[in-house]
Design a protein around this ligand. Structure first.
Ligand SMILES: CC(C)(COP(=O)(O)OP(=O)(O)OC[C@H]1O[C@@H](n2cnc3c(N)ncnc32)[C@H](O)[C@@H]1OP(=O)(O)O)[C@@H](O)C(=O)NCCC(=O)NCCS
Length: 147
């Protein structure tokens, strides 16, 4: 089941982020739980465990995907795809022409495959965007989701 994250989910979210090599901060996640301009969705398993999350900013029509990650043992089960689908549906319900933009490392093949499967298209490149000199691909979703 996908639902809005609560304060008590944040330890699990931080753990998933750390395992995924993402640089998530508790203060930022706390803000995403409470601010209307943010969306922090978690995938909760039947046993209550949080297996994946997605964090978006500007969750009103034009949004940006901040992070998405899935716990190792739950990967390739459709969690991230379902989270992006839910985020897209929520944005579409609030705005006729929703858009989600993101930046992704050009060497992150799993994430790029996920975004392409869920209807994101490549819209540009930011050269040497990351501290190690890797380029970022800019990708945009404007409504057609497979999620
Ligand atoms: C990218 C990530 C979020 C995908 O999560 P996931 O729940 O395993 O993804 P899903 O099961 O929903 O996959 C949906 C589709 O994405 C693509 N995909 C996902 N992982 C893939 C992989 N390792 N290799 C190739 N394609 C992949 C596939 O098209 C997949 O559909 P399929 O399984 O029917 O072939 C996950 O690998 C992860 O947590 N990575 C580390 C964090 C990260 O890089 N986040 C993105 C930048 S913020």
């Amino acid at each position: 089941m996908i639902r809005n994250a609560r304060r008590e989910d944040l330890a699990a979210v931080l753990e998933i982020a750390a395992d995924a090599g993402l640089d998530a901060a508790l203060e930022d996640l706390e803000y995403s739980v409470s601010a209307p301009s943010r969306m922090l969705l978690v995938f909760q398993e039947a046993d209550g465990a949080v297996s994946a999350y997605a964090e978006l900013s500007g969750a009103d029509g034009e949004a940006e995907l901040i992070d998405i990650a899935c716990r190792g043992m739950y990967k390739r089960c459709g969690k991230a795809e379902a989270l992006l689908g839910e985020a897209g549906r929520r944005l579409a319900a609030r705005s006729g022409g929703p858009q989600i933009a993101l930046e992704v490392r050009e060497d992150n093949a799993p994430a790029i495959a996920l975004y392409e499967k869920t209807g994101f298209i490549r819209a540009g490149r930011r050269r040497r965007y990351y501290p190690d000199g890797t380029d970022a691909l800019v990708m945009i979703w404007t409504g057609g989701t497979a999620g």
